[in-house]
Design a protein around this ligand. Sequence first.
Ligand code: PEP
Ligand code: MN
Length: 280
Amino acid sequence: MLIESKKSLPPPLYSLEYKTSRTIIDLGDGIRIGDRGIIIIAGPCAVESHDQTLKTAKHVKAAGARILRGGAFKPRTSPYSFQGLGIEGLEILRRVREETGLKIITEAMDCEELGRVAETADIIQIGSRNMQNFSLLKAAGRAGKPVLLKRGASATLEEFLNAAEYILCSGNPDVILCERGIRTFDDHSRNTLDLNAVPVLRERTHLPVMIDPSHGTGRRTSVVPLARAGIAAGADGLIVEVHHKPAQALCDGDQSLHPREFRDLMSQCRLIAQAMGRDL
Ligand code: PEP
Ligand code: MN
């Protein structure tokens, strides 16, 4: 009975049965996520000041990144850790976009601040902790800006795709899926980057798929190897944490690349992209 009613459901909006052509998200200025070019998003975990954000932005831009990341609202495990600059952080991102021409991605943690984030950001990030915040997903579906949805640390791909479906069916076709590491029995790294997810997602959905090797490993020295592997596995892009002085970062310094390491990431990933028949 249950199987029968399931059978009669139309294919989900995320599926290749619903839409056979791959979704390309056009941000303007030649930035097309999901197209032949691999898109690199880079920047600090958190916006700490105008100076820190601008310095890091200039480094990542010079190395070839097109989109700047930086959290103004930070989901921190401890309430005593730096929580982000909030609205002031959004203002800094707005200024740095004007100063550098980089596009901006930043996280919205709740419905209350989503409108402000959507006004500032070129892409709204929904973090792993909020992957199943269904009110936020529905609101992001109405926000009028592309959404990068991060996989929950304990979410199956079925749950991940259903979370994307909430955004799609609320009216927003521009969703990017981001694998950012899941929780496993092993603790040699912060999370286990599930590269298996990339080919499976590409078989199940037309949506672009990105990899976050920073949160996916939590270890600076693992970021470049896993970035290479993510592109080799078929990802459409990367989101990477970079800080102009990682030792002084207020958030995720251990996994943040120094600008020099980010330049190495770019040149190595360029070779992998070429081998995959893609551009970077
Ligand atoms: C982030 O990218 O800043 C972040 C908090 O990531 P995640 O939601 O994957 O933990
Ligand atoms: Mn971080």
